[in-house]
Design a protein around this ligand. Structure first.
Ligand code: CUA
Length: 179
């Protein structure tokens, strides 16, 4: 309720001015264009990974990750001795996000394809692969599967880009791609 009542009692029932109509039309067309662009960009923009998602549980995902780590660990890295896993080309690879690490470190062969499964065992984390523009949200209870073929060698860092608590800024991971 306004402090003063309007001087013109039927201000809400006046015809719309032409200039205002033009702007409404422009805004509507722009909205329509952006809506179509969203669909177009999803297909042709090469930035969104079309991925598969399945239901899982933290226990199941953790046991599959551990089985892979046990079978294919080649060395350990860093102060905490995080395992570096070199899974066979073409295999299912598990990458687990949890407070506050990505586990394990992966070592992949350039030019080979892998099915990377990702899930969280506690709550939501983000997956950002540096320096490429690959960003995903990692949720507990769901596993994302990406089929990837690394086309350049080197060290790729993983950054958690979803705030996940006090250790969020230290939540990093690594993928080695070797020739
Ligand atoms: Cu995990 Cu931020």
């Amino acid at each position: 309720m306004a402090i003063h009542s309007p001087s013109d009692r039927i201000w809400w029932n006046k015809p719309i001015e032409k200039m205002e109509l033009i702007w409404i039309g422009i805004a509507f067309c722009w909205g329509l264009f952006m809506f179509c662009a969203m669909i177009w960009w999803h297909i042709y923009g090469e930035q969104n990974l079309s991925n598969e998602t399945y239901k899982t549980t933290p226990e199941l995902f953790e046991s599959r990750t551990e089985a892979m780590v046990e079978a294919y660990t080649v060395r350990e890295e860093g102060d905490t001795g995080i395992p570096v896993v070199h899974p066979p080309a073409g295999s299912d690879v598990y990458l687990l996000a949890r407070r506050w690490e990505f586990y394990p470190i992966l070592e992949l062969d350039m030019g080979q394809s892998y099915r990377i499964h990702m899930s969280s065992t506690d709550w939501q984390h983000g997956f950002s692969l540096q320096p490429t523009n690959i960003n995903l949200q990692i949720h507990p209870g769901y596993e994302m599967v990406l089929t990837i073929t690394p086309d350049s060698s080197g060290v790729f860092n993983i950054v958690c880009n979803e705030f996940c608590g006090i250790g969020h800024h230290q939540m990093l991971g690594r993928i080695h791609v070797v020739e």
